[in-house]
Design a protein. Structure first.
Length: 217
């Protein structure tokens, strides 16, 4: 009996170690759409590159950002009623959303980072997605109590719970950045809380659950 137990403990420990190792890797950037280690244009096996670099000299709106930003003036989402910004300039993508667009706008090549300017060949080699801000949900606008009062179709982000999995915080606490709606409000770029099977969304779109987090319909 003693010998059986003695042999079983190491086996059980090995199973627990394997499971804990898998759990540690689950819900991380490893294996996510932002895991570029095997990309043909990638120059190293570092998973944090090309987005971040330990010694950045750029003054950009994200920690130690490495990818070049487009100098183009983005078109903005247009509609007859635009409570999110009183002027077109005030509604242009900036801050964190501009870092997302540095790869997803179809202007800057994905391999333009670390001082490399890329090439025409590189530019057509890998395209993680092209988005025109003029056709997508507005970003980089202030979403606060004042806006919710002005637009009754929006919930108060300081009161409304986000219902993001594993959190009991408000929309403001869980999804906004300095009270601004950004690309990362809906997309979890590091895949720490993204819903499996989605494009790194923080909530599922079934029943429009993600939209109805903020929109009072």
């Amino acid at each position: 009996m003693f010998r059986m137990i003695k042999k079983t403990i190491p086996a059980a420990a090995a199973v627990l170690l394997l499971l804990s190792s898998q759990a540690a890797r689950a819900g991380t950037i490893f294996g996510s759409p932002h895991d570029f280690r095997k990309a043909t244009w990638k120059r190293s096996g570092e998973i944090c590159l090309p987005c971040h670099v330990p010694h950045s000299t750029k003054t950009l709106p994200a920690p130690l950002w490495d990818t070049e930003l487009a100098s183009d003036t983005y078109a903005v989402y247009g509609q007859t009623r635009q409570p999110a910004g009183k002027s077109e300039t005030g509604r242009r993508p900036n801050g964190m959303s501009k870092t997302c667009l540095s790869c997803h706008d179809g202007i800057v090549a994905s391999e333009v980072f670390g001082g490399d300017t890329g090439s025409a060949a590189d530019s057509s080699g890998y395209d993680p997605g092209v988005h025109s801000p003029g056709h997508d949900h507005p970003v980089s606008f202030i979403y606060d109590t004042a806006l919710a009062v002005q637009d009754r179709d929006l919930y108060n982000p300081s009161v409304r719970l986000s219902a993001v999995a594993g959190s009991s915080g408000t929309i403001d606490a869980d999804m906004l950045f300095l009270k601004r709606m950004e690309c990362a409000s809906c997309h979890d770029v590091h895949n720490t809380k993204a819903v499996p099977g989605t494009k790194l969304l923080v909530k599922d779109t079934a029943g429009s659950a993600l939209c109805l987090t903020c929109h009072n319909k």
